[in-house]
Design a binder for this molecule. Sequence first.
Ligand code: XIL
Length: 326
Amino acid sequence: DTLTTLGDKTTTKYVGAAVNEGWFSDASYSGTASDYYNLVTAENSCKFSAIQHTQGSFDFSSCDQVQKFAEDNSMAFRGHNTCWGVNNPSWLDNGNFTSPELVDILENHVTTVLKYYKGKAVAWDVVNEAISDAAPYDLKLNTWNNITADEVNTNYVDVAFRAARQADPDAKLFYNDYNVASSQGWSQGKSDAMYNMVKSMLDRGVPIDGVGLQMHVGTGYDLVDGVKANMERYGDLGLEVHITELDLVCSQKNGYDCVWSDDMEKQQGELYATLLQACLDTEACTNFETWGFTDAHSWLEDGTHPLPFDENYDQKKAVGSMLDTL
Ligand code: XIL
């Protein structure tokens, strides 16, 4: 039996990609996604703004397209996300809602979405990107953060997770964030803050099953040791870890000087494979997922070559390196 795709080669872990239903009609796009992966996440269409663009009216049509794509191709569907401070509809951000009103809105959204997809999603990012980027790493100021601790004797993160567990007791509930992948070096501060937040949730009996490490990083990052150690400490808490939004950008911005070449493509491929190996070697890590899969459709700037397939859906060196790893 020759297994040729990423998703087929592993039965115990997901190898996934974020997809955008806008490109499904392109056979190269949908074919590559379904051939190579065994899990998909909607890049945008299951977010708050897509589903509840108008207050109180729930539109699942775009999110459904991604969920059905997964179902039709026997892939897992991963929900992203029910609560985020960014890209929210203007009625929500400009509504000047009181704390109790926001609690109602949040509970209603989380409950409606998780119930609608009950049994169809393997996991949900219940809360996305709540932690600030600098010490003391408090919760970011955003609409949801107007839910005051006084009001609910806790914070909005707890509110969202409690509602999610009640709505679908079988869905795995994740907290997802960026700059939290490594417990050493470049992301240690925020990583530790996330670990402490999640540990405190567990201590207080707030339901959570895992953490998502986004990993929007670059070809020059030194990632491996710190990422493995980080995943292991979540495993020790009994949590799962998903690498959720990996992309390895080659760019000449922010003091990071990368010139794309055969050699750089090889280096990028090796880093993809090393990270996949770290996930395979770590029991707690159950999903290895990139944010898109082709350089033709990435949220990152053109010419930065972040993903495993090139603009023409041809395999870059990353695909071979990852297949060798499995
Ligand atoms: C991004 C999408 O890729 C873009 O198309 C959209 O314009 C903005 O959101 N962290 C996340 C994702 O959790 O939801 C973001 O996705 C990328 C950063």
